[in-house]
Design a protein around this ligand. Structure first.
Ligand code: CO
Ligand code: CO
Length: 323
């Protein structure tokens, strides 16, 4: 949809729409640029408090994915005007307030309008040094791919809506989505990495493909090393998958060479549309151990799921998936 936006001529726009990056970036001075991003969506979990918390965690994620530090946010809300529902709406807002406080971000305003189906999220502003932007064009051959959250929230949310998922499975996926990408973002900046993105609506394959396309690189993924929610594997093997996920399979499969015996359900999982997914960090091979150790020390998942490869891209296949 952003394809029809006019070309950007302002030289202080450091990151615009051209490379499908996580956020836009505008230079204020040679030392300071602002990172801007916005995200809102319909309820992903039944509990209003956790819906608000997840919406906040999700909206902040793109700032950390660019290597930035979120500072302030504006609330965006669309709610039914029925006063009976106001206590529920207050719980949504409280979930967001608590999560923003945990992130160290101040909510400085916002806007609410009436709507039949609730929608909630934020516009977020962050800060970054103009020379330290982790945009999509900076992946390099030899980078290791490190993923910081399990994959499968889209498939699990379909199971939750159908009432076929256990409470334990719901709790695991809720906590994962509500977990901030703050510490992984800070640790990767301290370590010094090539670039990063967060895994959201286009799935693991789609977001990896965006970075590889902008960086003119290809990569190998090891299907057996990708961490999936057990519940997502169970559901997808039984035939459950959301429409957006199946759409991703169609859109991105032309860019993937499925080398070995990858099952159809694994392809669906790797394309699953995520809400508040983890960071996919591109770290130079020689710094991989240091990054993984620093993440694991704080009990953050740090799965080494593949590597950026040398050599030319053949037939527009950016991603080679092996066992
Ligand atoms: Co993103
Ligand atoms: Co976003």
């Amino acid at each position: 949809m952003l394809g029809q936006l006019p070309a950007i001529t302002d030289k202080n726009v450091l990151v615009g729409t051209s490379n499908a990056d996580d956020a836009g970036i505008y230079r204020i001075t040679d030392e300071i640029a602002v990172v801007l991003t916005t995200d809102f969506f319909t309820p992903i979990v039944d509990d209003p408090y956790w819906f608000g918390a997840i919406a906040a965690a999700n909206s902040l994620s793109d700032v950390w994915a660019m290597g930035g530090r979120p500072t302030v946010a504006l609330n965006i809300a669309m709610f039914p005007s029925n006063p009976d529902l106001f206590p529920i709406l207050q719980r949504v807002i409280q979930g967001g307030i608590d999560k923003m406080a945990e992130a160290g971000v101040s909510i400085i305003g916002g806007h609410t309008i009436k709507d039949k189906e609730p929608k909630f999220g934020y516009t977020v502003m962050g800060l970054i040094h103009p020379d330290k932007i982790l945009d999509n064009s900076k992946a390099k051959p030899g980078d290791a791919l490190i993923l910081t959250k399990k994959i499968g929230t889209g498939i699990v949310s379909t199971g939750v809506k159908s009432g076929i998922s256990s409470n334990a499975a719901i709790e695991e996926f809720t906590l994962s989505m509500a977990t901030l990408n703050k510490r992984p973002g800070e640790i990767m900046v301290e370590t010094g990495v090539s670039t990063a993105t967060d895994i959201t609506g286009f799935g693991l394959i789609g977001h990896l493909n965006e970075v590889l396309t902008a960086s003119r690189c290809r990569a190998r993924l090891h299907a057996g090393r990708i961490p999936f929610f057990d519940e997502a594997v169970r559901l997808v093997r039984a035939g459950t998958a959301p429409g957006g996920t199946l759409e991703n399979v169609k859109i991105y499969s032309p860019h993937v060479a499925w080398v070995s015996d990858i099952a159809e359900y694994e392809k669906v999982l790797m394309n699953d549309a995520q809400t508040s997914g983890g960071l996919l960090i591109f770290v130079p091979g020689e710094k991989k151990e240091k990054l993984v150790a620093a993440l694991q020390k704080e009990n953050i998942l740090a799965a080494h799921i593949g590597d950026v490869l040398d050599g030319p891209i053949k037939d527009d296949k950016h991603i080679i998936v092996e066992r």
